[in-house]
Design a protein around this ligand. Structure first.
Ligand SMILES: *[C@@H]1O[C@H](CO)[C@@H](O)[C@H](O)[C@H]1NC(C)=O
Ligand SMILES: *[C@@H]1O[C@H](CO)[C@@H](O)[C@H](O)[C@H]1NC(C)=O
Length: 410
């Protein structure tokens, strides 16, 4: 036996195209022939044929193996011996492993010489497997909170070989751990006696705000050997709670909502999760008939644009939310600084003029009121003085009054 034949074997195997329906290599008990990879189920018998060997003794053949049980190559004698319980050569030249174990993984080779003296070699690469029990999700959550990390549950697969992997799915799509919205904590344990694997995978997700309200989660076990089917857990369905949304509000640009005629006005509806929300607008209590949009942009403000605005955020999973109303006031001063000049700083000037004018008017008004009040007090004050003086006089001398009255009397 030489390295050439093994290299040749591997090359041939690599070149083999995948058949549309893979032959059940593990179908046991049965015989397999040729140079190939063999997958055998743990605990089951396996028969490897020695190609070219005469069906009956006398035969000229040699089986040798290099597995987890051997130091290096071990040659099996057709006479049998201590290895009989592990592997023995059958009368027809095939090799029987009564119960395949993890330690039997390795290479098996046979060299046979036919009665005519022709030499034939067979080689097998044996791998063993054990299908684990159906995976299960233990400690499943019943509800999740959007926007924060939540443990969904722990998927457990017990008693498989080779280890294989556990994968999570949500609503039929694979969940790829990204360390942000999806993270997985895995643990692989090996049974000390059987050598079989127990896998655990704990899934933590951050459900997106405004995402699916009732997502399903499932887990699947993917075997470590090709062409073996995955095993799926029953899906679990969870309810996602949205956090109480931040109040919806309208931001106005320019601030304060005072804008000159022909100027630019921007109303932005600020919501907790803008992506999945539909934003409608209300002006002076009447819904605007425009497609939903979070931003209302007025390039050249008209007088009709004046009014109160609010936005309504609607979402399939919670009540629509209306923002408090904001007031938009259109100043007319830009009639003096017409549209051509009506740019940023000039608009500001226009606004400043309005403010100034309002201020002056307000100031004048207050002054007028003050003057009025003072005048009124002035007019009123002497009267009061006279009254008080009268009362004082009366209090001071009752008798003179009496005298007076008596004096003035008839
Ligand atoms: C056979 O096994 C070898 C080694 O385990 C691997 O590299 C090769 O891809 C396998 N061939 C096939 C056809 O599965
Ligand atoms: C040899 O005998 C075994 C057991 O009876 C059988 O499974 C196998 O197919 C036989 N090998 C050949 C090459 O006929």
């Amino acid at each position: 036996m030489n390295s050439y034949s093994l290299t040749h074997l591997v090359l041939v195997l690599l070149a083999l195209p995948f058949p549309p329906t893979p032959p059940p290599l593990y179908c046991l008990p049965g015989a397999v022939g040729g140079d190939r990879n063999i997958t055998a189920r743990i605990g089951k018998p396996l028969v490897l044929n020695c190609r070219g060997a005469p069906k009956k003794p006398p035969q000229q053949l040699e089986w040798k193996l290099n597995t987890g049980r051997t130091e290096a190559w071990k040659v099996l004698s057709p006479q049998g011996g201590s290895w009989d319980s592990v592997a023995r050569v059958l009368p027809n030249g095939s090799l029987l492993l009564p119960a395949v174990g993890i330690q039997d993984e390795g290479t098996f080779r046979c060299r046979a010489t036919s009665r005519k003296g022709k030499e034939t070699r067979s080689a097998y690469q044996v791998r063993v497997y054990q299908t684990p029990g159906k995976p299960e999700i233990i400690n499943p959550a019943s509800e999740l909170m959007a926007g924060v990390p939540n443990k969904v549950g722990t998927c457990v697969s017990e008693g498989g070989y080779p280890a294989g992997t556990l994968n999570w799915h949500s609503d039929g799509k694979p969940l790829i751990p990204d360390g942000k919205g999806v993270s997985v904590e895995e643990e692989t344990r090996r049974h000390p006696k059987t050598g079989l694997f127990t896998l655990q995978s704990e899934l933590t997700v951050i459900p997106a705000q405004g995402g699916a309200p009732h997502p399903t989660f499932s887990c699947s076990f993917s075997p470590g050997l090709p062409r073996r089917r995955a095993l799926h857990t029953a899906p679990i369905q969870l309810t996602v709670w949205e956090p109480v949304p931040r109040e919806v509000q309208v931001m106005v640009q320019p601030e304060g909502g005072k804008v000159v005629l022909g100027g630019t006005l921007t109303l932005t509806c600020e919501t907790p999760a803008q992506s999945s929300l539909q934003i409608h607008w209300i002006k002076d209590g009447i819904p605007l008939h425009i497609p939903p949009t979070p931003v209302l942009l007025f390039h050249k403000v008209k007088l009709e644009d004046q009014g109160t605005y609010s936005c309504v955020a609607t979402h399939p999973s919670h009540e629509p939310q209306e923002s408090p109303a904001v007031h938009v006031i259109i100043g007319e001063t830009s009639l003096q600084t017409p549209g051509i000049l009506g740019l940023g700083s000039l608009e500001g000037q226009g606004l400043g003029t309005v403010a100034l004018a309002l201020g002056i008017l307000g100031g004048l008004g207050i002054a007028a009121l003050l003057i009025g009040a003072i005048m009124w007090r002035r007019q009123k004050a002497p009267e009061n003085q006279e009254e008080e003086e009268e009362r004082a006089e009366l209090n001071q001398s009752v008798e003179p009054e009496a005298a007076e009255s008596s004096a003035g009397g008839p």
